[in-house]
Design a protein around this ligand. Structure first.
Ligand code: SUG
Length: 448
């Protein structure tokens, strides 16, 4: 049966800005309150999707969320007309309005954890939206995310949707950003690796000292249970606390895997030997291809600044693998030199494509953050909402849609402008028709 791995990218929303909202995410902190360019950001994201589909990969689109989130602001006690709600929130604290206006749902690697049908007990693809409790601006995403996923993958015969985990620190869940699947082919049973930053219930807690660990072991274990994964094909691995303290707030900032390849920094895992031995053991006859990058070749700070490991690692039609790397990788000398060297090694990675997603990068979101991977067979592909697949027609349509509705630039001060809210809603209303999603937003009558 034909098999693929599709990428579903989040369209960057019209309120894209730099709120400085993510403590522990260095780029977000560094660019706090810089001027943002929403139109450019959305076009950069769309061009990445187009590039991937030109490379022959299946590419899907996930709509942004309604922002500013008036329903959330009302829940926080801001009342009156919508104009008054925006103004009162801004006066109370501009950062609160920024948090309720974040376009952070663009980073769909954090939207959910997805287990392909080959791995699950009931033979369906399982989805659990991430609760994202560690950051308020992200914790308001899961309800709409769940609706968007349910409209994209609606057929219950093929797709199973779970509720997000309880929204509390013990079950802090950041979705697929800490989840990697290894396999021989996409449709053969794989080994799913869950990387966690904190074992919340453990007394001996080796947690980072400086920055928060967002993903807990307890959350990862709950997802493995919900998805009906076999313990014999599941691995739980602790992220090294040092890398979190250096700014790798998710595992996908320091490691990336695809099929039987793991491309990783030597400091990524707390107990690398144990993890990699277990991975190989559980993969059985499929040899794991490890591409370890040493700190001598690429210092941790360069790895995190360049987002080298937030490249997408994809298999092309000719079965060669390619890295879809952020353009910053070509400007940081150690990383540039490493990538040149990598291509001289006899690994499955044969090409590197540099992609400019700088507007997203300035908030700590590289190419891999912007996509949710869904490995699927032909029947599952056919059961997916057809309007969500990127083809030339949809690409042109979304290009026009962005040009029509998006501002050239934005500052925090602009977020209180009711005209921005109205234009964003007009844009989303049109988008729900383009993507055939029905009513998914609070302003369309969906419950928050
Ligand atoms: O959750 N940045 C996001 C970036 C998410 C990256 N995702 C992955 N690595 N998979 C975050 O920290 C910044 C928003 C702001 O500061 O305005 C932000 O939310």
């Amino acid at each position: 049966m034909a098999q693929w791995e599709a990428n579903f990218d989040g369209l960057v929303g019209p309120t894209h800005h730099y709120g400085g909202l993510s403590y522990g995410n260095l780029a977000s902190q560094q660019h706090a309150q810089a001027i943002s360019y929403p139109k450019q950001a959305a076009l950069q994201g769309l061009h990445k999707m187009h590039k991937l589909s030109e490379l022959g990969l299946m590419q899907g689109v996930i709509a942004p969320q309604e922002r500013p989130a008036i329903a959330v602001l009302r829940q926080l006690g801001f009342c009156g007309s919508e104009t008054q709600v925006l103004e009162k929130a801004y006066q109370a604290d501009p950062l609160l309005l920024a948090a309720c206006s974040s376009a952070s749902s663009m980073w769909t690697a954090n939207a959910a954890t997805v287990s392909p049908s080959a791995d699950t007990q009931d033979g369906r693809i399982h989805f659990t939206p991430a609760n994202l409790v560690s950051k308020f601006h992200r914790a308001i995403e899961p309800n709409t995310t769940a609706r968007l996923l349910a409209r994209t993958f609606a057929d219950e015969q093929h797709f199973c949707h779970h509720h997000a985990l309880p929204a509390t620190a013990l079950f802090g869940d950041e979705g697929a950003a800490n989840h990697t699947r290894f396999c021989a082919g996409y449709q053969t049973p794989g080994v799913e690796m869950f990387v966690y930053g904190r074992h919340a219930l453990a007394h001996q807690n080796l947690a980072p000292q400086r920055f928060p660990a967002r993903q807990t072991l307890e959350a990862s274990q709950a997802i493995a249970r919900l998805h009906g994964l076999s313990p014999a094909r599941t691995v739980f691995a602790a992220q090294h606390p040092t890398v979190i303290d250096h700014g790798a707030f998710h595992n996908d900032v320091i490691a990336v895997g695809n099929q039987n390849v793991l491309f990783y920094h030597e400091q990524a895992f707390l107990e690398p030997d144990k993890v990699l031995t277990e991975l190989q053991h559980k993969l059985g006859d499929t040899p794991l291809h490890l591409i370890k990058v040493t700190a001598a070749a690429v210092p941790l700070n360069d790895a995190i600044q360049s987002y080298l490991f937030n490249s997408q690692l994809v298999t092309l039609k000719n079965n060669h693998m390619a890295l879809i790397a952020p353009s910053d990788c070509a400007t940081i000398p150690s990383v540039k030199a490493y990538l040149e060297y990598l291509l001289t090694l006899n690994t499955p990675i044969k090409t590197v494509h540099y992609i400019d997603v700088r507007q997203s990068m300035r908030n700590g979101g590289g190419p891999a953050c912007l996509r949710l991977r869904v490995a699927m067979n032909a029947a599952e592909r056919a059961a997916t909402n057809p309007a969500c697949w990127l083809n030339e027609g949809l690409y042109q349509r979304l290009n026009q849609w962005i040009h029509k509705h998006y501002s050239e630039q934005l500052t925090l001060n602009d977020l209180r402008d009711p005209a921005l809210l109205e234009e964003s809603r007009r844009a989303l209303d049109e988008l729900t028709q383009i993507l055939n999603l029905g009513s998914v937003y609070p302003f369309q009558g969906a419950t928050y």
